[in-house]
Design a protein around this ligand. Structure first.
Ligand SMILES: [Zn+2]
Length: 161
């Protein structure tokens, strides 16, 4: 799994994350949904698009509360995060029809976390052969229009509660 998901452009992100003041998740919560690529907001957790995706539609689900320890998540936060991951996969199925998903927590820098102090669950859609096109995505470099469009489509496809 590590090899399949290896994404060299993320190194740049992990490096640059150190330079950015503030927490990208808390900033996203305070900001505009479209600008910050927030797809869905819940009471205890919310969903946003990863600006440096492993694949198209790569979502991150984070607690609303700024918490860096997985073990410190409250029950309602842990449940909300996983329920939103389910809903996110529902929306992704509508929009992109992935063939599979990786759900994962990168806890600690050594495990690939770009943001250390606000835990988040990655929801990564997968397709057969996607390791071949993923490096291409790196060159796409996350065209803002592309992500804005992805966000809009996922918002429209988000399953109603
Ligand atoms: Zn935060």
């Amino acid at each position: 799994m590590t090899e399949q998901l290896w994404a060299p452009w993320r190194l740049e992100y992990i490096k640059s994350a150190d330079d950015e003041p503030g927490c990208i998740f808390c900033l996203a919560l305070e900001g505009d949904d479209e600008e910050k690529l927030v797809v869905h907001r819940g009471e205890h957790a919310f969903v946003l698009l990863n600006k440096f995706p492993y694949s198209s539609g790569h979502l991150m689900v984070a607690p609303v509360r700024h918490v860096g320890e997985y073990g410190e998540l409250e029950d309602e936060e842990a449940v909300a995060i996983h329920r939103l991951a389910q809903a996110g996969m529902g929306a992704l199925a509508q929009v992109y029809a992935p063939q599979g998903y990786n759900l994962g927590w990168n806890l600690g820098r050594i495990a690939g976390a770009g943001v250390l102090d606000h835990v988040h669950l990655h929801v990564v859609p997968r397709w057969a052969g996607d390791t071949n096109f993923m490096p291409v995505l790196a060159d796409v470099k996350v065209l803002p229009e592309h992500l804005v469009d992805t966000r809009r489509r996922l918002v429209e496809a988000w399953p109603s509660a």
